[in-house]
Design a binder for this molecule. Structure first.
Ligand code: SF4
Ligand code: FES
Length: 246
């Protein structure tokens, strides 16, 4: 019996228009166009690699895992924050150029690379770690019911890619706002029944830079590559602040 020939993967050419900034030579960012041959299985990250390896080695961007886990390659693709490694080129409108630029609201360092320090500074400020003031009973692990674990399951999925925070208009205009990602990571511990210092996090987030800056635009939820209900998490933290407890 004849075996079916393997399906061939079609190659096609797309144009990527990338916002470049080389601090050694550029006074301000500029757009540069690249034509690149890709396959239907390629992602935007693959196209960026091809450009870097075959056309212009100076093109700079961050990436590590290439599989949606490390959170290092968030960028604006056709005006929307996405992970380059999770964005299939064939799912974009390939009859038009694909615009790629750095995420907004953080200082631009080079090409698609921004200074992430303000983002991580806000993350650190909300104490994103379990605080316990007592020892577990009988020296055993801290028991948690399935129902209690479920309460913060969604916010454990965060990979700190900054796609949410850098899609937030309040963050763009007000560098002081903690931003959605910091609140998501505060939520993860505020609602953890084993944590014993929710009160401090709620106090921090009740500050003028905290949850009340959120204007519920849902950009953050739309941008999150992990599907986290970011706006809902922020709303739950707001309610906890009003209650004065988790
Ligand atoms: S909440 Fe989502 S978009 Fe925001 S940093 Fe975490 S994974 Fe990225
Ligand atoms: S390279 Fe790690 S998430 Fe995209």
């Amino acid at each position: 019996m004849a075996t079916a020939a393997p399906a061939t993967i079609q190659a096609f050419t797309v144009t990527l228009i990338i916002r470049r900034f080389l601090p050694e030579v550029d006074d301000e960012a500029r757009w540069e166009s690249f034509d690149v041959e890709v396959y239907s299985t390629d992602r935007v990250l693959d196209a960026l690699h091809k450009i870097k390896w075959e056309q212009d080695g100076s093109l700079s961007f961050r990436r590590s895992c290439a599989h949606g886990i490390c959170g290092s390659d968030a960028m604006r693709i056709n005006g929307r924050n996405r992970l380059a490694c999770k964005t299939l080129i064939k799912d974009l409108d390939i009859t038009q150029p694909i615009y790629v630029e750095a995420i907004k609201g953080l200082p631009l360092e080079k090409d698609l690379i921004v200074d992430m320090e303000p983002f991580f500074a806000a993350y650190r400020e909300v104490n994103p770690f379990l605080v316990s003031k007592t020892n577990p009973k009988k020296g055993k692990e801290r028991i948690q019911s399935i129902a209690d674990r479920e309460i913060f399951d969604d916010t454990t999925k965060c990979i700190l890619c900054a796609a949410c925070t850098t899609s937030c208009p309040v963050f763009w205009t007000d560098g002081q706002y903690f931003g959605p990602a910091a609140i998501v990571n505060a939520h993860r511990f505020i609602f953890d029944s084993r944590d014993e210092d929710s009160a401090t996090r709620l106090e921090i987030l009740n500050d003028k830079e905290g949850v009340w800056r959120c204007r519920t635009t849902f950009n953050c939820t739309d941008a999150c590559p992990r599907g986290i209900q970011v706006t809902q998490a922020i709303a739950e933290v707001k309610q906890a602040v009003l209650r004065g407890r988790r």
